[in-house]
Design a protein around this ligand. Structure first.
Ligand SMILES: [Fe+2]
Length: 210
């Protein structure tokens, strides 16, 4: 007797990435303000290269004018942590900055960060590409596979199209790069979060205060 079995495919132990579409659209005067903030000069300057970051690496913690961005980020990051990690620990914004890109933001990760968020303050048409070294097979056996069709299980690059108003939240260790597909300079606000407070227990000899 032949039967057609029901297949249920799940992504076990996957990496959570959250996209919030149209999460916050700032008025033009606020975009102009972000664009006017002092940027790092020299090699990393926008005139010399593709990417320029703000001098202030604690921007949202120190600039009252951008409180709305900080509040939205905190709300979305809390939602991400509640839905994915689901723990009774505190997390706190550590660094926050503006980055402006002409064409391409090189591949990197966010060191000293558990979770990172990118808010697309002004982006006509942009792509963020998450990158890992291996898929579920090549991390154990590094075969040179002949992939017929890419999907979320066999890929080592995953692209998201993003535009003005969107937020992307992801683990800070996850490598990513970005493309600006528009002629207009892209302006984002980035922030990183780290765990804070009392962790572990004396009973398990795992006490830690951060
Ligand atoms: Fe980044």
């Amino acid at each position: 007797m032949k039967t057609n079995g029901k297949a249920i495919l799940v992504s076990a132990f996957s990496i959570p990435i959250m996209k919030i579409e149209n999460g916050l659209v700032l008025p033009k005067k606020d975009i102009k303000y972000l664009e006017s903030l002092p940027i790092r000069e020299g090699k990393e300057g926008l005139k010399a290269g593709n990417v320029a970051t703000s001098k202030n690496m604690f921007l949202l913690q120190t600039d009252k004018r951008l409180e709305v961005v900080k509040n939205y980020m905190n709300t979305y990051v809390t939602d991400y942590l509640n839905k994915t990690l689901c723990v009774d620990n505190d997390f706190e914004m550590t660094n926050s900055w503006v980055a402006r890109t002409k064409t391409e933001h090189h591949q990197h990760n966010h060191k000293s960060a558990i979770v990172s968020v990118v808010y697309y303050a002004s982006a006509d048409d942009s792509t963020i590409c998450f990158v890992r070294d291996h898929n579920w097979l090549t991390q154990a056996y590094d075969f040179d596979l002949q992939i017929k069709e890419y999907n979320q299980y066999n890929s080592t690059i995953l692209d998201f199209n993003v535009k003005t108003g969107d937020f992307m939240i992801f683990p800070g260790w996850l490598h990513h790069k970005a493309l600006n597909n528009s002629k207009n300079i892209k302006t984002i606000v980035g922030a990183s979060y780290f765990i804070r407070g009392e962790l572990g227990s004396e009973l398990n000899t795992t006490s830690l205060t951060i």
